[in-house]
Design a protein around this ligand. Structure first.
Ligand code: UDP
Length: 149
């Protein structure tokens, strides 16, 4: 089964949106297999966002993402990487469709509440950056027969 890395960013934690974001993914049918709260160090933030190094928004992004605790998660399910991207909405909340997480809870691009991996390869890299293998939990859910045909 595919896995993706999801992170409630510091603004999402401060605004009390952790439960809401988890709830949306749970209700959709995805399975939570890893969860932790942590505060990113600047070094970890720069590794996570390495592809954006040198861009004008990079310093602001690093100070935003290290400004408070985040909730890091691994979610599992069929096509979960693309599905979470759709459920989050566009990077810029102004362009995110109503009903998406960012389109419901965000206004500015630099305070867009949530992160989700953009491809299965990125997901693998991000999961390994945040979680050790022992921190990911494999378990059966009896309700999967009601979610998957
Ligand atoms: N970001 C920003 N300004 C920009 C572009 C991006 O502050 O002009 C921030 C924003 O928090 C975004 C993150 O950098 O979520 C990573 O950008 P990316 O293009 O990878 O978007 P995402 O994958 O988060 O949708």
């Amino acid at each position: 089964m595919e896995r993706t890395f999801v992170m409630v960013k510091p603004d999402g934690v401060q605004r009390g949106l952790v439960g809401e974001i988890i709830s949306r993914l749970e209700k959709r049918g995805y399975k939570l297999v890893g969860l932790k709260m942590l505060r990113l160090t600047p070094e970890m933030a720069e590794r996570h966002y390495a592809e954006h190094r040198g861009k004008p928004f990079f310093p602001g992004l690093i100070s935003y993402i290290t400004s408070g605790p985040v909730v890091a998660m691994v979610w599992e399910g069929k096509n979960v990487v693309a599905a979470v991207r759709e459920m989050m909405g566009a990077t810029d909340p102004q362009k995110a469709l109503p009903g998406t997480i960012r389109g419901t809870y965000g206004i500015d691009i630099g305070r867009n509440v949530v992160h989700g991996s953009d491809s299965p390869a990125t997901a693998e890299r991000e999961i390994n950056l945040f979680f050790s293998p022992e921190e990911l939990v494999a378990y059966e859910r009896n309700l999967d027969v009601w979610i998957y045909e």
